[in-house]
Design a protein around this ligand. Sequence first.
Ligand SMILES: [Zn+2]
Length: 411
Amino acid sequence: MLKFLTLALLAGSAMATPSSFRVEIRPRQDTSKYPPVLEVVDQAHVPKEWLDALKTAVSAGKIPDIPASVLDKATGVNTYPNGVGTDPKTCSWTINQCYGKNELHEAPDGKIAVNFDDGPTTNSDSLYDFLGQNSQSATHFMIGSNVVQNAAQFKKAVDLGNQHFAVHTWSHNLMTTLTNEQIVGELGWTMQAIADQSGGYIPRYWRPPQGDIDNRVRAIAEEVFGLTSVIWNKDTDDWCLDDQGGSSCSDEQPDKIKGSVKPWITGPKSPGLIILEHELTHASIDIFKGYYPDLKGLGWDAMNIAQLSGAEWYKNAADSKAKPDDRKLLGAYQSAAPAAASSTSSAAPAAKTSSGASGQAASSSGAASAAKSGSTQPATKSNQTSGAASSTTGLGMVSLAAVVGGLAYLL
Ligand SMILES: [Zn+2]
C-alpha cells in the first residue's frame, strides 16, 4: 500500500473524487500520450479521470444542456439547431456577443493587456526577442498542438522568465461545435502540454478560438478545469495579414489593419484595452512592435492578463518568479469539492466591473470587434488560495480515490 501511496504522491495525486468534478492537471507527465496534433481531440484520447469529472459535473446540473452549434463550412458561420443561440440561456458570443458573468473582456482604466493568440509559431522568435528586450510580460494564449510542434519556440518564451501562458485549445476549432467530451479534451490537453513543457505551470486562463463560446463551453471550462475565459474589446484583424504584404480578408486591407490600433491607444483610457492580436506572421507581430514604444508616453500601463486584476498567473504559482508548487495544487484539489459548486459565483472583483451579467448580451451590434458591454471580473484569488491551509498536509490527505486514480493515469 505504501508503494501505491508513494506513486500517487509522485503523480501529484490531484484527482477528481466522486464528490468533486474539478480536475487538476498534474505536470510533467508522459508526453507520448498526447493526442494527434491539430486534430479535434476525440473521446478515446481523453483520460478517464477527466471524463468522470465531466459526468459528475453534468449529473450535478453544472453543465447547461445546450446543443452544439453546427458549422457551415462553405460560409464559416456556425448556427444552433432550432434557432437557439440568441437567448440568454445559451449566451453565445459568436451569435450576439453575449458575455458570461466571469468572463474577462476589458481592462481596468488606463491598463492595456499585452496578449497574443495562436502561438508558439515559427515566427514567434522575433516577438519573444522584442518582449525580452523590453522586459515586458505578455499573455500567450497557446495552441496545445503548437506547444508540442514548436517546442523550441515555446522553450524560448519560457526561458524569458516573465511570460504568461494560457490556453487556446488543442486544435483551434470552434468550441461550441464540439461535444462536451471533445471540449474537455481540447482544454485539458492544452493545459497538460503547457504544464509539462513550462516546468510545471498550470494555466488558469483560456481564450476560445474566434471567441466562439456559450454557456455550455464556459461551464465545462470553469467547472471541470477552473479556467477563466478571456475575450477582448478591440480586434485588429491582424490574423488576416500575410508576410507578402497582403491580406487574406477581402474587407480588411493591410493599411486598414495596420492603422487600427492608433485610435484606440490615443483615445480615452476607460475602459482599458484588451486587444486581440496574434503571433502568427511577422506582419501581425510588427503591428505590436510598431505601437508598443508609444504606450508609455501615452500613459498606458502595459501588462499581462493576470496582472490586470492582480490575480495569480497560474493555478499553482502566483507568477513566473514562483516555482510551481504541486503541494499547493494538492491543497487546492482537496478543497475543490466544496469550492467547485460555487466556482461561477466566487468572483472576487479586483478590476473594473460594469453592468453585465450572465446571459446578458453585449451592447454592440454585430461585429465582434465592436463588442463593448461589461461584465464582472473572473474569480481570482478566492479559488486559488482556498486550499492553501491544507497544502502542506501529507500522506493523510491522500484519499483512496486519488491513489487509485493516480495509478490509473500512470498506466
Ligand atoms: Zn486563435
